[in-house]
Design a protein around this ligand. Structure first.
Ligand code: GAF
Length: 391
């Protein structure tokens, strides 16, 4: 996206010139899925697909917002005095939620703003377009009004927006990756302590290919919340036998030693995924640090199997993409990424096999599913900030 096009978009929407441009990335999670609300490890990075925002302060208390992706929706408006969730407000709810919690923390804003956004993350693709918008809003409001609030606070308010405003009981993975990442690195994050380590992901002679299944199941949010509840129930039962605050604190050995206290098969499988995936994530990050890409790929594959068998958040389309990816020459590893129930998968592929990989996986997918998958090459990016580049 080009800066002039964005400024032009603002001008067309509002009839005058906007003056500041911001960018908020999307994210892929390399490994560590459904561990974040279990106090486990995650290993995401921000990517260059994301959400741009052009903004200008207003004199009154109104927020006016326009998305270049949905011109048919037109300008959406909100008043700083009424930032409640309204279904008809569509994507503006993410903006309202963020502003609402920022105001709660720093005091009421005295002026509103006009906001033009343009997103390059496909919707519902599990690349975190919603967290991208939350952090975009947070950073814009902070910078525009010189608020004393740091990036990590904005990350937490983004999660709160998701949990309390939108009703998805997600963990902190998406907002943290989007707010805190540095280009060239992935973050090994301990979601219990929020301590993290930046680990370089410039993979020599390899690319990370994102494979979009172009499908998203209905009831994703309620399925997601159910998984979380199942983990919480399993944890409560385990706590009758062992002293831990979260599943992420349990070693695999401790889990095996105490798992008999879990009352039911499904709960046991959910908890097993959370415990093993967190341990696997730590080992995978260590492997990457030691340039052992082969081991990293193997952990990715195991992660997908666990999400398929134990956590049951894969679907036919994402299982197919991953299976096809595993069969290709030059594939180091492949797995679904994000919440699941459709969306995207990722694969690490040797540079000189990438074109063939995309052709073969694309063809196999089309033959079995009947429509085309999409493919993108992931490039890492910095967390949300004002965008000063001109390219
Ligand atoms: C979604 C959620 F928003 C994250 O918090 C995380 O749980 C992820 O699914 C699964 O790892 O993206």
């Amino acid at each position: 996206m080009n800066r002039n096009e964005l400024l032009e978009g603002f001008k067309e929407a509002f009839g005058y010139e906007g003056n500041q441009v911001f960018f908020s990335p999307g994210r892929i999670n390399l490994i560590g899925e459904h561990t974040d609300y279990n106090g486990g490890k995650v290993f995401p990075c921000a990517i260059t697909m994301g959400t741009y925002g052009v903004v200008k302060k207003r004199e009154d208390q109104m927020i006016q917002a326009y998305s270049g992706n949905f011109p048919e929706v037109g300008i959406l408006t909100a008043d700083l005095d009424d930032l409640t969730y309204k279904k008809e407000d569509n994507w503006l709810n993410y903006v309202k939620g963020m502003i609402n919690y920022i105001q709660e923390k720093t005091g009421k804003l005295t002026q509103g703003f006009d906001l033009y956004i343009y997103g390059t993350i496909p919707n519902g693709a599990s690349l975190s377009s919603s967290a991208s918008l939350e952090l975009l809003t947070g950073v814009i409001v902070r910078d525009l009004f010189s608020l004393d609030i740091d990036q990590l606070d904005l990350v937490k308010l983004g999660m709160r927006t998701e949990n309390e405003f939108l009703g998805l009981n997600s963990g902190i993975l998406d907002q943290f990756a989007i707010g805190m990442s540095k280009a060239g690195s992935a973050l090994l994050l301990d979601t219990n302590t929020l301590e993290f380590e930046e680990i370089p992901v410039d993979l020599p002679d390899h690319k990370i290919v994102i494979m979009n299944s172009m499908t998203r199941r209905e009831l994703v949010d309620s399925e997601y919340n159910t998984r979380r509840e199942q983990c919480e129930t399993a944890l409560e039962q385990l706590q009758t036998a062992v002293n831990v605050r979260s599943l992420g604190e349990l070693t695999e050995e401790a889990f095996e030693a105490h798992k008999r206290v879990i009352s039911d098969e499904i709960l046991l499988r959910r908890a097993r995924h959370a415990v093993y995936e967190s341990a696997r994530t730590e080992r995978a990050a260590e492997a990457l640090k030691n340039n052992d890409l082969k081991a990293f790929g193997q952990y990715m594959n195991e992660s997908h199997e666990s999400l398929h068998q134990d956590y049951e958040v894969t679907v036919r389309e994402t299982d197919l993409l991953v299976r096809l990816a595993w069969q290709q020459k030059g594939t180091v590893g492949a797995r679904m990424t994000g919440g699941g129930f459709g969306g995207c998968c990722i694969a690490i592929v040797e540079d000189n096999h990438v074109d063939e990989f995309i052709a073969q996986v694309g063809q196999g997918f089309k033959e079995e599913i009947g429509y085309e998958a999409e493919f993108y090459i992931a490039e890492t990016e910095d967390g949300t900030k004002e965008w000063v580049n001109n390219d």
